[in-house]
Design a protein around this ligand. Structure first.
Ligand code: PMP
Length: 441
């Protein structure tokens, strides 16, 4: 059962692991939205590879696409050489992009992970602009490699590794519920964007013109915080007027997760660079950047890497993208996401510990608060990480896998596969409701 695997994991695996400690199970089978542990218990998987599994576990179209490659005698790895499998993947991905963007875009395969693609995006804009400073946002998450980590707005994983990429500047991100400088709302967004303009324009701010700015449009690991559309348009205006490439990190939000194919479509803005990973590989490791062709100024050899030709991942990704398009899963995600929010709002009004339910599509968070302590200056109560952990435990006990996020680990995150049905959504919400009641007791 679970115990044997867990004992072995604890003895042999790195101390750096986090969520496996909070989710002490070994998974032995998985299909769709559900997984089975080594003790034979079933769970709804609302972690789903941190939003990677758009079609859930082992979807037949993904499995068949991989089998086709395996049975056809086609190569499994071709470095950066092209193949029919790659050709089809690029066609399908460009089909998923807004046509105004895709018509003038270039793609760079980056490797297996989201962090690989963030590193490539940073190199691309540095090369294109000849500048070296990068800007990113408070609470943002971009990965654990050197450059990506230096742009991640969370000190915890950075503290012990000393100097990272120099010249990383952090900008205020609109987090209304706990605005870091105590304003919040429309006024807070305006102060934030005006501050950014000031930083860029005033020589006395002491910051060199940046090579680029990177942001998520719904912060995921940072606690499911959607950027207001008007604010996102302001950032696009500010960077556009100053010819600062804007990199939108769609690693978690991309491929339908937020109820649009890409999160930037909500605000109707055009990025200069899009970072794509997670769901694009149909559950296999794959990451790319897609960017405006004018930025394609690096020289041959400027960016290389061995594992960028993963044919199985491209085939799985193509099948997955096609299924999403044909089955209109993006609209479905928007619809069932609203249903889940409605349920969560009902739970929120029945208990005291949920401060806010927020998100877009099937990227939803519930912020857990301590209503017995004094409210802070914005009228929101303090974050309550211990209770969030207890809710997570109670969910697991009842057959629901959820992960936490946010600066205090106090945001419960829902990232179910996009194929989740209304019935499954109802059951997930029901389990969560019971778990919150049990945890609050
Ligand atoms: N960017 C965002 C927005 C992410 O959510 C993540 C992973 N959670 C990454 C980058 C890094 O991706 P990876 O873990 O594959 O390196």
């Amino acid at each position: 059962g679970n115990a044997i695997y867990l004992e072995s994991q604890q003895r042999r695996e790195s101390n750096a692991r986090t969520y496996p400690r909070k989710l002490p199970i070994a998974i032995i089978e998985a299909r769709g939205v559900q997984v089975k542990d080594a003790d034979g218990r079933m769970y709804y998987d609302c972690l789903a590879g941190a939003g990677t599994l758009a079609l859930g576990h082992n979807h037949p179209v993904v499995v068949e696409a991989m089998k086709d490659v395996l049975n056809s005698g086609m190569p499994l790895l071709t470095l950066d050489l092209t193949t029919p499998v790659k050709e089809r993947f690029v066609d399908e991905l460009f089909e998923a992009l807004p046509s105004e963007f895709a018509g003038k875009a270039r793609i760079q395969f980056c490797g297996p992970s989201g962090a690989d693609a963030v590193e490539a995006a940073v190199k691309l804009v540095k090369t294109a602009t000849g500048r070296s400073v990068m800007m990113s946002f408070h609470g943002g998450y971009h990965g654990m490699t050197g450059g990506a980590l230096s742009l991640t707005g969370n000190l915890q994983p950075k503290r012990q590794v000393g100097t990272l990429m120099p010249g990383a500047h952090f900008l205020p991100y609109p987090y209304d519920y706990r605005c870091p400088f105590g304003i919040g709302g429309e006024e807070g967004h305006q102060v934030g964007s005006r501050y950014i303009e000031h930083l860029l324009d005033d020589p006395e701010s002491g910051v060199l013109p940046p090579a680029g700015m990177i942001m998520e449009l719904v912060q995921g690991e940072g606690g499911v915080i959607p950027a207001p559309d008007a604010w996102a348009r302001e950032i696009r205006r500010i960077t556009g007027e100053r010819e600062i490439p804007l990199i939108i990190d769609e690693v978690q939000t991309g491929i339908g997760r937020t109820g649009r194919m890409f999160a930037f479509e909500h605000a109707g803005i055009q990025p200069d660079v899009i970072v794509i990973s997670k769901a694009v590989g149909g559950s296999l490791p794959l990451s790319v950047i897609v960017y405006r062709e004018e930025l394609d100024r690096w020289e041959p050899g400027a960016h290389a890497g061995t594992f960028r030709g993963n044919q199985l991942a491209m085939a799985a990704g193509t099948a997955s993208l096609r299924f999403i398009r044909e089955e209109r899963l993006v609209e479905h995600a928007a619809r069932v996401g609203q249903r889940l929010v409605k349920h969560l709002e009902q739970t929120r009004s029945a208990v005291n510990c949920i401060g806010q339910v927020r998100g877009r599509g099937l990227m939803i968070g519930a912020e857990i608060i301590d209503h017995e302590r004094a409210s802070d200056r914005l009228g929101s109560y303090p974050a309550y990480s211990e209770l969030a952990r207890e809710i997570q435990r109670q969910c697991l006990k009842r057959g629901l896998i959820l992960e936490l996020g946010g600066r205090h680990g106090s945001v419960v995150r829902f990232l179910p596969p996009l194929i989740v049905t209304e019935e499954e959504i109802d059951r997930i919400a029901e389990i969560f409701h019971e778990a919150v009641l049990a945890a609050e007791r």
